[in-house]
Design a protein around this ligand. Sequence first.
Ligand code: FES
Ligand SMILES: [Fe+2]
Length: 381
Amino acid sequence: MGIDPLNLAEKALSHFREGSTDQSESVMKMPIDAYTDPDRYKRESNLIFRHLPMAAALSIELPEAGNYKAMTVLDVPILLVRGKDGKARAFLNVCRHRGAKLCPDGSGTSRVFSCPYHAWTYGHLGELVGRYGADTFGEIESEEYGLTSLDCQEQAGLIWTLLSPGKSFDVDLWLGDFKTELESLQLGDWVLHEQRELPGPGWKVAMDGYLEAYHHQIVHGRTVGKHTVGNLLVLNTFGPHQILTFARKSIGSLADIPRENWKPMDHIRLIHSCFPNLSISGILGGQCLVSQVFPGPTPETTVTRQSILAAPSVDEESVKVFSKMTLEAVRDEDYKIGADIQSSIHAGANDHFVFGKNEPAVQNYHKWISNFMESETYTWS
Ligand code: FES
Ligand SMILES: [Fe+2]
């Protein structure tokens, strides 16, 4: 039994009437090194991005056998492939002969993967199925030269993997009760309309912006802020994962309707934030923005993959409007401010940043970064 949207709407209505919001107990100070120190970033890359399960792709990106997606996260090239058995698998996108990148980043459909260097060929299970000039090359044990696997599990319409070969995970354990919430989104039933990649500021500067409603009226007055109430947040946490509920401008109208007649989802907007880099945001009815924030080679940069999803019944024109709005809100509003923050972060103005009581999801996020930096495990409950 997941969270009841009626209860979320009730809390949001109450905050709206009181001019209040969910809060942490106190303000929290975060030393600026957490945003700038390259050594710390290296440790975070290892203990967070290479150590925790990550949603690499949507299941609907690879609907058929033979569909693949190649991508590079940090400096790890990965290849996701759906096999004839319907199962999605993940491999390092690196040839086992002498290490050439097997296929360029991108997606498509292929029966086999043939290396561009000496044409060794691999099947959907990562198995080595052919070697050019095998009789001249000499004997090797083909079974020992399959692609290097990464653990991969498909759950809640997402393909999860872990960037370190030889390490395994249990996605149920990683998600806990958050799994039910993700499943309720039925991501497998949506239509993928568009994907694009946006350069952005460092991962914490970028992610902080996904985790509060404090800036909405100020930054997004012309875009997403038109639809939501600023500085009003209802927060549900599941360890490191979080559901942020924002109120739509219409929330106050619920006060005049008996609770049993409420259509709560018409008046709230949910953001499912999966640690460390995935945000699924239902902004307007029947449309959804999935954002994956991938860290760059330094603490200063990221690339965000935006996927625009819509219910099958939504018409093309509405999706275009939605897509344009989300692009403007993130590229021209959030990440523009993010770039400014990034450009002056070394100026010496702040030796710490301060997170308000009204930014409890930002606080929870940073608390879990610290927790995972001290732990060797991905479990949290
Ligand atoms: S490096 Fe791939 S076949 Fe030689
Ligand atoms: Fe924003």
